[in-house]
Design a protein. Structure first.
Length: 262
């Protein structure tokens, strides 16, 4: 079992020094009174600050795969630091909307371009990620469906938006209730709080208040809630989305449930 941080406000968090939002997706109950197994699938913020001790912990827990959802520029600016013995397979699966690259966010703000700092923008962005990157979500879920690839972690930069969408699709198809999915989404705010303080200070130097920056730096529920409403309206069920947009088949969906639920 993973060495979770019971003293942290988010007890699902793995106690790594260099990744503050690295947490287990196990433990949630489903509508069929089953439970997601612990220690198999994790979500995280970026892994470019991992210490030697952090890397040793991932080796000790026998992690097999890291899926990096950051854009190419994000990956180049801050490469993941993983054990150099090749024990962990590192997959670069960039998720980038045509009109937004998080790697350029500060440069855009410094140039005076801040109209994208709005809840409406991120509501639209979540829909783009859902519609445009079905094959990427499908690739990760296919990996998760194979026990030999576990434990596995997927991550972006803050571990809340792109990572949150992937976590939502997985938990939904396992039968986890939406209220628990929102609670899981909220945990990013707890885990990221300390790391965000200097970032908020940098925004303040540009005249941007915490309230204005919140849609980007925090994990508000509205983009996720609107995305879920859109998914249900457009596809009916998460399974139908995964079958039509993510390229999965019924065998893979059944394997996910068989391998990850107890």
């Amino acid at each position: 079992m993973p060495e979770l941080d019971a003293r942290h406000p988010c007890p699902q968090r793995l106690p790594l020094s260099g990744a503050v939002n690295f947490r287990d997706l196990g433990g949630y109950r489903t509508i069929h009174k089953r439970q997601v197994k612990r220690g198999l699938v994790f979500r995280s913020d970026h892994l470019s600050r991992l210490t030697a001790e952090d890397q040793a912990m991932l080796q000790r827990l026998r992690f097999k795969v890291v899926c990096d959802l950051r854009t190419l520029q994000e990956q180049q600016q801050h490469p993941d630091l993983l054990p150099d013995d090749g024990s962990i397979r590192h997959l670069l699966l960039p998720v980038q909307a045509a009109n937004f690259d998080p790697a350029l966010a500060m440069a855009r703000l410094r140039s005076g371009e801040s109209d994208w700092l709005s809840l409406d923008f991120f509501i639209s962005l979540y829909r783009q990620y859902l519609e445009d990157f079905g094959p990427t979500w499908g690739q990760i879920l296919r990996l998760i469906a194979v026990p030999a690839n576990l434990p596995l972690v997927f991550h972006c930069t803050g571990g809340k938006d792109r990572t949150g969408i992937c976590a939502t699709l997985l938990l939904l198809t396992l039968g986890v209730r939406e209220e628990d999915i929102f609670r899981d989404h909220d945990l990013s705010n707890l885990c990221n709080a300390e790391r965000l303080r200097p970032i908020y200070a940098g925004y303040a130097e540009l005249g941007i208040t915490p309230e204005r920056a919140a849609p980007y730096l925090q994990a508000p529920r509205e983009p996720l809630a609107t995305m879920l409403a859109y998914l249900h309206q457009s596809y009916g069920t998460v399974d139908q989305y995964l079958l039509t947009k993510a390229g999965l088949d019924e065998t893979t969906l059944a394997a996910l449930r068989s391998n990850l639920l107890e």
